[in-house]
Every structure is written in C-alpha cells, then in structure tokens.
Ligand binder design. Sequence first.
Ligand SMILES: Cc1ncc(COP(=O)(O)O)c(C=O)c1O
Length: 359
Amino acid sequence: MDNSWKEEIPTPALVLNYNIMQKNIETMAKFARENNVNHRPHVKTHKCPIIAHMQLKAGCKGITVAKVGEAEVFAQSGIDDIFIANQVIDPTHIDRLAKLSKYIQIRCAVDSKKNIMDLSRIAIKNNTDLEVLLDINLGLGRSGVEPGEPVLEMANLIKNTDRLKLVGLFGYEGHLTPMMNLEQKEIMANECYKKIVDTRDLLNRNGFNINQISTSGSGTYMFGAKYDGITEIRPGTYVFSDEHLHMVNPDFDYAVTILGTIQNQTGKKEFTTDAGAKAIATGDGKPIFKDFPKSKIRVMNEEHTQFKALGAGGLEIGQKIEFIPAHICPSINLYDYIHVVKDNEYIGRWEILARGKSY
Ligand SMILES: Cc1ncc(COP(=O)(O)O)c(C=O)c1O
C-alpha cells in the first residue's frame, strides 16, 4: 500500500479516508431507504458542512445538531432543515434560535414547563413561531419527560402556549449503544420504542395529530428503523466509526484516524509520539493503534503518548503512525481542519467549521 500521503501531513493531525466515509454514508443511506425510514444524521460527529451535504445528497432528510451554534454554521452552509436534539435554555440561545426560524425549518426538543414558557416569550418577542418535539425519557435518564400521562400534560401546555407548535416526539436510547448481546439489545430497544409509540397513541386519542417520532443513534438504528411508528433515525458516529462503535457494529469501517509521529525511542520497542491527550480525546478511553493494535499505551501526557510496540516491526524515529480513538466525536472537536485522503492520494484539508460551537 502506498502511504506516501502521510509525508504531506504535519502531525498531530486528523486524517479522513474519503472512500471509506463515502462507503459508510452509502451503507446507511441504503439501509434507511430499504426500511422506509428518514435518516437525519447527527452532525456533531464531523462538524463539517461539506460532509453534511454529502449525507443529504445520499438521501438524508435534514440534519441533527446538539447546539444552536452548530445549527447556525450548518444553516449558513445552505442546510434548511435542522433539528436540535437537545434543550435550548439560555435566553440568548433561544433568541438566536428564533432568528434562525425566520429563514430555515429549525426545531428543538423540550422537556420542562419553564423552557416552554421561555421559548414562547422569546418567539413572541421575535414575532415568529417555534416548532418543538417533546423529549421522552427512554431510559438514558439525562433528559426527557416520563412516557405516558406526563407527556400528555406537557403536550396540552404546549398546545395552549402562544407561538409554539408541537410537531413530534423525540427519544434517545443511547444507554443501549454499548450492548454487545444483540438479541438482548433488540428486546430492550423495542421496549423503548413501545413506550414512545404508546405515548404518541395516548396523545392522538386526546386530540393531537402526532406522526413524527425520532429515535436512535449508530448503536440501535437497526432496531428503531424497523419498529412500526418510528419515522426517523439519527445515527451520527457511523460516518467515521471509532473503536467503541466498531466493537458493536463492524458494518462501518474506520474513516478517520489521528496521525502522529514517533519522536523518541526510549527502550527496546519503547517509543514516544507527538500525539498526546491534546491531540486525541481520552474521556471515553485510550485510543488503539490502527496497524498494530496489540501495542500497549504506557502513559498519555498532554503532548506525548508513550507506548510499547507489540506486533510491529521496524518502527523508527520520524515514522508516522495512525491512532483510532475510543470515541471519535470529541477528538474532531480538537482540530480546525481534517486532512483528506482520496484514492490513496492527499487532496487537501477541510475546515471543521462547527468546531467548538458548544454554545
Ligand atoms: C440525542 C442524540 N441523538 C443521536 C445521537 C447519535 O448517536 P451516535 O453518535 O451513536 O450515532 C446522539 C449522540 O450522542 C445523541 O445524543
């Protein structure tokens, strides 16, 4: 394999294999098409408008983001259908949301009375209407109204609140993502979907007309897409994959690695690279080495990773090596650019325009 592209990229650096990413996008698009479900990818994984446009071209129906700042970046790139799968609480953030609603279809999730009142007040101030999805707790526990009657109560409140419109239900069964036992995972995922579909039925029996239900990330979409009543899935990490996702779903290959350079040899088979904890996010675990996964990381400091090379011959100072992060999304957020390799040739760098837009 010709690896001469490595010599063109200064390290530490994010490297995107364009061909693998394209295959991942096509695999998910085909699955969504065949299962007649909308795919609204969560773009917090890549934070790059160019990649979001590739996903839309492949058939995705709009995009998902976590923050208003991300929504602004993608809206400015021409994307006009965005769901913020999160609560927007800070009044200054709601104000920006209201302004976005004047030129694109933008929706957010709600799960509290106070937030409903704030959204309404700021929508009125901006002379606009805001569309919301009710966030239902499916077991992850970080947000959401409990399924059933509490949702009906909240839905009635939205109905009676000026300039707000309830357009659907939203859930995220992310606590199931790491499960390795697929049979068990499917049973538990279906229990989540039953809760949200039953809640939709309760609402519709009480005068609502809710059709849209949005669930699922890369670890559970295969069940969500097949459950009657789920109309939309939101996988994001599939586009690049990472060590954690690959363990539970090998259908998506690693499209992004972090390139480092060996800068010291400290003993027999002992080396240090220039990519440390400021180059590879480690909050969800240490990375692995793409070409010699048996190697052991001894220590990760801010700017260095010390490791013992196992299953790797002939490593030397100056050599470039690739890491696969445990979780790719926080690592993407560490970089301004991603270097792109297509057909084994370096084709330049793309700006990670929504990097750091956590506000
Ligand atoms: C609300 C929500 N939806 C969808 C996703 C996408 O999940 P994944 O990145 O596993 O594809 C996430 C991921 O954090 C999420 O928080």
